[in-house]
Write a protein that binds this ligand. Structure first.
Ligand code: ZN
Length: 472
């Protein structure tokens, strides 16, 4: 065998650019000494072509697949993941989101002002995301430029990070230092380029002048933006009826201030009216769809069929700390469950594309990672399989092998008899603030999160192992 080649043999899942996922039950991923993919395909074909000796090639019985990317996650909330809604009480006024921000999230973000604490939080975030096969994405940091710089320094260049803007409806200790904002952004943009994302927290906590200042800075430095949009009904009411009554819609608040022109990643987009969907589709926006967060906060269900039909790029994201886990496998499972009853049903292949290829394209990493093709980075993860025997099809490999979910279990989410289906129906129609339906879905999500966390055995980036499971 040639000395300079990297090789891994095993079942390979490879999302394809146009549609679908290619699956090689006995596959080979070959790389060169620069950490680039040379070939991907079935073992027999490639081994013969390159004269490979089976004894010299490491083998995995799990799944070799592109690494995972999370385009919507909050670093300072990582320590409180799974405790986002603790102690907010039942059906709080203003909804579960706003109550959780006040009670748990803002204090956690405030603690990150201290550099030693922030460094520790970022290190924990990096270790945990890697252990779940997540190698990059778009994250929110805090309102503090120093802390944002620290996160950009500590994380690999596949992570973009946002300095968060806030100047209303937030604690005094978490307000943007507006006097130095222009210089702060200029400094970060000079050192980190487009890895810095201008981050409008959401319209509740950013006023028009600060948003327009953010838009100006994004334009001046060639940066993109990120924000939250149409997550909860109470939040939408507050924005459209109280804070911005002159705007045509929640989306219009962002559109008229120019934010939609800055390639934003828009998180959630659940309660979007047709004119809002049209405005988003007409811009260069992408949607971060977070089914676990949307379920646990009782926010609702993103209208997948509508978003697909409008051709808006979208990706699956955790929104940690609202999700108890950084595992995107858990997100894939929840995506399949809440969209099982959609007009065009969500498929396991679609779920896999939405955590690999789709976010790579949205994040501008599509030339490096997201799928396997000659010239791309030899970057992959090895994920343990739930199956005792090799999977035959891509659907079986993803649904049963990666997610440990049988066809019968998935079918139950389409059935009329399962109480969880009624719960998703209510979540979709009216949202859930309390009660047995919310408890039922929450118990299911938490069980899935526990089952799908830490399924990754190894993470390789451009030919170099950057994380490996150590069994005690
Ligand atoms: Zn979020």
């Amino acid at each position: 065998m040639r000395e300079l080649l990297h090789a891994i043999r095993g079942p390979i899942l490879n999302p394809l650019p146009d549609a679908g996922v290619e699956y090689f039950p006995d596959g080979l991923l070959l790389g060169d000494d620069r950490g680039r993919v040379v070939a991907v395909g079935g073992w027999n074909d490639i081994a013969a072509r390159f004269g490979l000796d089976a004894a010299a090639v490491p083998q995995s019985l799990g799944f070799i697949m592109p690494p995972l990317l999370d385009a919507h996650i909050h670093i300072p909330q990582h320590p409180i993941r799974g405790h986002f809604t603790d102690d907010i009480g039942s059906a709080p006024a203003g909804g579960r989101l706003l109550a959780s921000l006040e009670r748990n999230v803002f204090p956690a973000e405030g603690r990150c002002e201290a550099p030693a604490h922030a460094r520790q939080v970022v290190a924990g975030f990096l270790a945990d995301t890697l252990a779940n096969g997540v190698v990059g994405g778009a994250a929110y940091m805090t309102v503090h430029p120093r802390t944002t710089r620290l996160a950009l320094e500590q994380l690999p260049d596949t992570w973009s990070v946002g300095l968060v803007l806030m100047n209303q409806n937030c604690p005094g200790y978490l307000r943007t230092e507006e006097a130095s904002l222009v210089d702060d952004v200029a400094g970060l943009a000079r050192d980190f380029g487009r890895r810095l994302i201008v981050t409008d927290r959401f319209a509740v906590s950013v006023n028009g002048p600060l948003r327009r200042c953010g838009v100006d800075l994004a334009r001046r430095h060639g940066l993109r933006m990120q924000t939250h949009l149409d997550e909860q009904r109470a939040e939408k009411q507050l924005i459209e009826k109280v804070l911005y009554p002159e705007a045509a819609s929640y989306t219009d608040v962002y559109a008229r201030d120019g934010l939609l022109d800055c390639e934003p990643i828009l998180a959630h987009c659940i309660h979007v009216r047709p004119e809002e969907v049209a405005a988003i589709a007409a811009s260069r926006s992408a949607i971060a769809h977070c089914p676990v967060s949307n379920t646990l906060l009782g926010s609702g269900v993103m209208p997948l069929t509508t978003i697909r039909a409008a051709g808006i790029p979208h990706t699956l994201c955790t929104d940690v700390g609202a999700s108890p886990t950084t595992s995107l496998l858990c997100e894939m499972a929840q995506f399949l469950k809440v969209h099982a009853g959609d007009t065009a049903e969500a498929t396991p292949e679609e779920a896999l594309r939405l955590v690999t290829l789709a976010p790579a394209a949205i994040l501008g990493l599509g030339g490096r990672i997201g799928r396997f093709a000659p010239g791309m980075e030899w970057t992959w993860i090895d994920v343990a399989s739930f199956l005792a025997a090799p999977a035959v099809t891509a659907r079986e490999a993803i649904l049963e092998g990666l997610l440990g979910m049988s066809e019968a279990e998935l079918a139950a989410w389409r059935g009329a008899d399962d109480p969880r289906v009624a719960a998703v129906g209510r979540l979709r129609r009216e949202g859930l603030d309390e009660g047995p339906h919310l408890a039922l879905l929450e118990a299911d999500v938490r069980a899935t999160a526990g089952r799908l966390e830490r399924r990754v055995r190894q993470v390789v980036s451009a030919g170099r192992t950057i994380w490996k499971e150590t069994r005690s």
